[in-house]
Unconditional design. Structure first.
Lengths: 319, 262, 322
């Protein structure tokens, strides 16, 4: 035991007890309208002048609106659903058929509009399922480490060793051609990417002092995972998911093109490109317009994803 | 290992460490970060732990806080053997020992409001919720000199000194007996450092807290600590009253260390 | 004494989309003679690192500089980028804050120093190696050959700091900017590095601008000191004058806030509040809202620059007379 001088615990002669509690009085500047909540203000400030992000957002929004209101937007809704009109086969674009007609006389514009529906459903289902599986497994692996991490990561290694499209094709072919099977195949080849992404983020976040602080504060593992690890590792996931929203449509299109995805007479962009590929030199419009639709949504999703990257950073606006 | 809580009569000492040893293996090479440290911290004092980086002072504190599991030795907190406690029992003793961090920004979750950060130990360690929780958080924030309007803010909207006040409020919210201060002011400017040190001293006086202060700043430790322990290569090589460490250091290493105040 | 570097009314603002988004420097004045060490001291965000970068001409592209930086009678701000780049590394050099980040992790120390020797001194291999070895030995690295063959991660923090000091001095510059050279180091090593800088500065007759947040470092190492607050020099002069007779309330506050007391000596004198973040909206004296002796007219217009002693100036309407 160390000899303590008497009364060391008491600090003698302190007078200005009130003064040392004085708060840091300086307030951060609030240049924008004070009534807007911070988040909204941040969004506006980041978006202002960023034409590309707005453009990307508008494209994505347009596709969603198109999918919802397809029967009202399409000039020939019946043909959009698959009705055949043999009298008007293979017509070039005209005022009656802006995008022309296909080999079965169906209005391409109507079919492109209806094609937004399966495209949207597939990509939303695939991305949501892949994110849920990937985030759950990835955050567990990243935070807990050890053998759980080892097993999960070797499992993702196996999946990631295949080129994604090849893996999707193999699974889809094994399951048999149908839209549902294509979705399952896409989820199987997509989730490991999210698992990796989240694991890396979780691994770095678990070292942060605020996670240690949460442990000292008595937070159980599941709360640490949810409030501290997940909340701070979701940014790259959201960005990636936005971009993947387009990429999945592209992959689904490829599957349909190969006959492994949506089946006729569904109006599916990939399927339509496949229909038009033999006559692309003579009837270019059959494959071109659905191809352009895929291009537009992929581009839009990428632009939006890039914009979100800046937007989601809480410190982005403050300089 | 069964986690029976054995008692030890520690004469009112808050902390009693006996032969605490912690090894880390890096690429199959075992490094002894803390080497059989015996340490006693009496109630209501500030124990300063000094030493160069890598001397094991932070690791020792984290063993004491049960953030690391020790390889050998025993840890007693207010007489209770907490060396091998787990889960619920461990959570119960966490209430009695808290930690204040070096980097005030990094210690706060950037996506949680100040209110949520301060509320976390109250909810998790004391089970306080709802209206009572809000009142407690307000009182905690008021005690460290912050205002109610700070509660809805996020860490990046506050200054470093304000964030450190939040860190202190969070540590003290659950009314601990022991607070480990891990370089609490080394990321702050001198003028703000003085505010924080004064605040810590006031709170200690009012709440009869025991501090374990880890620092490499000799001015800070001399001002704050009653007793100082010097760590060197994982060992606690010298312990004495603060004045004695500076005026009559016994170990050669302590002599070089305290002889170097600029 | 003839001065090597005079900085007058240096302002730096950053622009984004043609709008000024911040103005971290609003009037920095410095005066450094040959063979002197000038300490620039201040708190986070006062602009001390930016001042160093502005002298070296190493600010980012969206920075707009006004005011004068006069080095050896030459106005640096009016030089083109090529000429300034040539000055950096030969006449002007930087000792960085974090040597581990300043060195390339995939090349040996020797390779990196040789690159410097070739670029700035046009030395061929063998001559360069001799020069490098002698410089490494001069900064107290006892086995220069081993150091040359090492990669940065194989050396300790203190050794790396010595390496970057050697690198900065290799081309025998006349002015070195040392940006917080000891912040990341332990007290015992800090002492050694500061002594080393002092010694080499004496031997080579080089002038040093030492950027630091630690008044203790200024006290032990520097000849002159400039105290920066919110982007302005609020007080400057010889270390002996400024630290023994601080005239600006901020300087006095900084000194009083140092915990140079024994346990139980009573509370420290803190400066209330914190450093202003947005210097663009300041009116009058930037320190007014934290100042203990503030008067109503302190917020009207910039405070005047008054002389309170030989070479000792202070920017305050009501300075403490020595």
């Amino acid at each position: 035991m160390i000899p303590l001088p008497p009364g060391t615990a008491e600090t003698a002669g302190q007078t200005e007890a009130g003064d040392e509690r004085a708060p840091d009085t300086f307030e951060l500047p609030r240049p924008h309208a004070a009534f807007l909540p911070t988040r909204t203000r941040r969004v506006i400030a980041t978006l202002r002048g960023d034409v590309l992000v707005i453009g990307g957002g508008l494209i994505v929004l347009a596709v969603i609106v198109t999918a919802i209101f397809a029967p009202w937007l399409a000039p020939y809704p019946g043909q959009g659903r698959g009705a055949v009109d043999v009298a008007h086969r293979g017509l070039a674009p005209s005022s009656a058929h802006w995008f022309g007609t296909d080999q079965l006389g169906r209005d391409i514009l109507s079919r492109v509009i209806f094609g937004a529906r399966p495209a949207l459903v597939i990509s939303v289902v695939v991305v949501v399922a892949a994110v849920v599986i990937g985030v759950a497994l990835g955050s567990l692996a990243g935070y807990l480490g050890g053998w759980i991490d080892e097993i999960l990561m070797r499992l993702t290694d196996v999946f990631l060793a295949f080129p994604p499209l090849l893996l999707t094709m193999i699974v889809a072919a094994l399951l048999g051609p149908s839209l549902q099977h294509a979705v399952i195949a896409l989820v199987i080849s997509w989730w490991p990417w999210y698992a990796r992404l989240v694991r890396t983020a979780a691994q770095s976040i678990r070292q942060r002092p605020y996670v240690e602080a949460a442990r000292v504060s008595g937070a159980p593992t599941r709360r640490i995972l949810r409030r501290h690890i997940l909340r701070n590792s979701l940014n790259p996931v959201i960005v990636q998911a936005t971009v993947d929203f387009g990429t999945v449509i592209l992959a689904a299109g490829a599957l349909a093109f190969l006959g492994l995805g949506a089946q006729p007479p569904t109006a599916d962009w990939g399927l339509m490109v496949a229909d038009g590929r033999t006559t692309v030199t003579t009837q270019w419009w059959i494959a071109t317009f659905p191809g352009l639709a895929i291009f537009a949504i992929v581009l839009g999703a990428n632009l939006l994803g890039d914009g979100l990257q800046n937007l989601l950073n809480p410190r982005a606006v403050r300089r | 290992m069964t986690a029976t809580m054995s008692r030890l009569d520690t004469d009112g000492n808050v902390v009693e460490l006996r032969g605490v040893t912690k090894r880390f293996s890096r690429r199959r090479v075992a490094v002894t970060a803390v080497d059989s440290v015996d340490l006693t911290i009496p109630s209501n004092i500030t124990f300063g732990l000094i030493g160069e980086s890598g001397s094991g002072k932070s690791t020792l504190a984290r063993c004491l806080l049960r953030l690391h599991d020790v390889d050998a030795g025993s840890i007693f907190l207010e007489g209770d053997d907490i060396t091998h406690l787990r889960r619920a029992r461990l959570r119960r003793v966490r209430r009695r020992m808290q930690l204040v961090f070096q980097d005030p920004y990094a210690a706060l979750n950037p996506r949680m409001t100040i209110e949520d950060s301060v509320a976390e130990p109250l909810t998790e360690l004391m089970g306080i919720r709802g209206r009572a929780l809000h009142a407690k958080v307000r009182r905690a924030i008021d005690e460290v000199g912050l205002a109610v309007h700070h509660l809805a803010r996020y860490p990046h909207e506050l200054s470093g000194g304000q964030c450190q006040r939040v860190g202190i409020a969070r540590a003290l919210a659950a009314e601990p007996a022991l607070v480990v201060l891990d370089e609490p002011t080394s990321a702050l400017d001198v003028s703000v450092q003085a505010q924080i040190l004064n605040l810590l001293n006031t709170l200690q006086r009012e709440r009869r807290l025991t501090y374990l202060l880890i620092t490499h700043d000799l001015d800070v430790v001399r001002y704050m600590a009653n007793v100082i322990g010097v760590m060197y290569r994982g060992r606690l090589i010298e312990t004495n009253t603060a004045e004695a460490i500076f005026t009559e250091p016994r170990q050669a290493y302590t002599q070089t260390l305290v002889g170097t105040t600029p | 004494m003839s001065s090597l570097l005079t900085v007058q009314d240096l302002c730096v603002r950053f622009v984004s989309r043609r709008k000024t988004v911040s103005q971290p420097l609003r009037g920095v004045n410095l005066n450094l003679g040959r063979g002197e060490i000038l300490g620039i001291v201040g708190e986070t965000g006062c602009g001390k690192t930016l001042t160093g970068l502005a002298i070296l001409g190493a600010l980012s592209a969206n920075a707009r500089v006004s005011g004068q930086i006069c080095y050896e009678g030459q106005e640096l701000t009016s030089l083109d980028e090529q000429t300034r780049a040539k000055l950096r590394g030969t006449s002007l050099a930087l000792i960085p804050q974090n040597p581990a980040a300043a060195l390339d992790p995939v090349h040996t120390i020797g390779t990196q120093l040789q690159l410097l020797a070739r670029r700035h001194l046009d030395r061929r291999h063998s001559a360069a190696v001799d020069l490098i070895d002698s410089e490494l030995a001069a900064v107290g690295l006892t086995d220069p050959e081993r150091v040359r063959r090492s990669y940065p991660h194989e050396l300790s923090g203190g050794m790396l700091q010595r390496v970057v000091i050697a690198a900065a001095l290799l081309a025998r510059p006349r002015l070195v900017v040392a940006d917080e050279p000891t912040t990341a180091l332990d007290v015992t090593i800090e002492r050694q590095i500061l002594n080393l800088i002092r010694d080499r500065q004496h031997q080579l007759g080089v002038s040093v601008v030492l950027v630091t947040h630690d008044i203790g470092v200024v006290e032990s190492t520097c000849d002159k000191v400039a105290v920066l607050y919110a982007g302005r020099t609020v007080e400057q002069g010889l270390v002996a004058d400024v630290l023994s007779h601080p005239s600006h309330p901020y300087t006095r506050g900084l000194l009083a806030a140092l915990p140079r007391k024994k346990h139980g000596d009573g509370p420290l004198t803190a400066i209330p509040g914190s450093v202003p973040v947005d210097t663009m909206r300041l009116k009058g004296c930037a320190f007014a809202d934290r100042c203990g002796s503030v008067r109503p007219d302190c917020t009207e217009g910039e405070p005047p620059n008054t002389s309170v002693g030989p070479g000792h100036t202070v920017e305050c309407r009501y300075p403490e007379q020595a």
